[in-house]
Design a protein around this ligand. Structure first.
Ligand SMILES: Nc1ncnc2c1ncn2[C@@H]1O[C@H](COP(=O)(O)OP(=O)(O)O)[C@@H](O)[C@H]1O
Ligand SMILES: [Mg+2]
Length: 313
């Protein structure tokens, strides 16, 4: 079958093709012969309720420094596409939320992956709280006394901004750390959102595992081991990807999440597990599929397009 595909993503000239999952999806779509169009979120428009974008045909190649060619721009109704891939990276801010509202308008004529309304309703560190028995002890607040109580109870904690990404402003505070008060003050003027305060998970030194689910089914995983001098496992912070398998607990976590993800049209999801605990459910623009394939795992881009084809039949 052929699908007319558009991808909404951040500027293509800035991606790192070795790690970029969107790029992997584009390569696979092109190999299947789908015509591909590209646009950035700022190209969206809604006129009298009709959503359009200035799109450009795009051709991709797996070659560093010379990986894409764009054709002539044209403005088109967005519901002219069979599929729109919503692959915009966070920040998950009002601009992001607005684009989910616009993309909602082209459904169900166009299949938007992931479903924009559910992307909007499932910020990664909030969605997890729907599964309290799977996550570590976690508090979301800006209230000082409530944080102090949590800290007194758990001792060793991690504090991070609720809408942070890529390891930004993630702090570990040992029980006797006297910097707590200043950190709290600094945060109050830097961020408008609440903190996530979490029990410190010592298993982090073994890694933070990214597990990909495609339409609610386990598809592949990669472990990310932090650099010896950092708490954070994010690859942009020097975390090293390693091949891995699922533990029985991780299989349980996938089985629990599967139906919830499927129901919500969250077709391409990356969850993060540290030790036995689920810490994030990434639905905006998960990464990891290129490293999973490089390390000998499944071809998840192919699995995703197989699923999309099935849904469009
Ligand atoms: N509760 C925790 N215990 C131990 N390490 C943590 C904890 N929370 C976060 N980290 C470390 O910080 C990194 C980034 O935190 P994370 O919650 O994944 O936010 P981000 O959205 O920035 O990736 C994790 O990959 C992990 O290495
Ligand atoms: Mg993370």
């Amino acid at each position: 079958m052929s699908l007319n595909v558009a991808v909404q993503m951040d500027p293509i000239e800035r991606i790192n093709i070795r790690g970029d999952s969107t790029f992997a999806l584009l390569l696979e779509a092109q190999a299947r012969g789908y015509p591909l169009s590209y646009y950035t979120p700022d190209q969206l428009a809604m006129r009298d309720g009709k959503v359009s974008a200035t799109v450009r045909p795009v051709a991709v190649r797996d070659k560093a420094g010379d990986y894409f060619t764009l054709g002539e721009p044209r403005r088109t109704a967005l519901d002219a596409f069979d599929v729109v891939l919503l692959r915009q990276d966070p920040p998950f801010d009002l601009a992001y939320i607005t684009s989910t509202h616009m993309l909602e308008r082209i459904q169900p004529k166009t299949l938007v992956v992931n479903d924009p309304a559910h992307v909007r309703n499932a910020p990664e560190k909030v969605f997890v709280t729907e599964f309290p028995d799977l996550m570590p002890p976690t508090l979301i607040t800006r209230d000082l006394d409530t944080i102090k109580k949590f800290r007194a109870e758990h001792g060793d904690i991690v504090m991070k901004p609720l809408y942070g990404k890529g390891g930004e402003a993630v702090f570990r505070l040992a029980p006797e750390d006297l910097n707590f008060g200043s950190l709290y003050d600094l945060f109050a003027v830097t961020f408008r959102e609440p903190w996530v305060v979490q029990k410190f998970l010592p298993a982090v030194k073994e890694g933070d595992k990214r597990i990909i689910l495609v339409d609610g089914e386990f598809a592949g995983a990669v472990n990310r081991v932090p650099a010896p001098d950092d708490l954070r496992s994010n690859m942009v912070r020097g975390g090293v990807p390693k091949a891995t398998d699922l533990t029985p607990r991780e299989r349980d976590i996938c089985a629990r999440l599967g139906p919830a993800l499927r129901e919500r049209g969250l077709l391409f999801v990356g969850i993060d597990v540290i030790g036995d605990y689920l810490t994030e459910i990434n639905v905006t623009s998960p990464t990891g599929i290129r490293s999973i394939k490089t390390l000998g795992g499944a071809d998840i881009a192919a699995l995703i397009w197989d699923k999309i084809e099935k849904k469009r039949k």
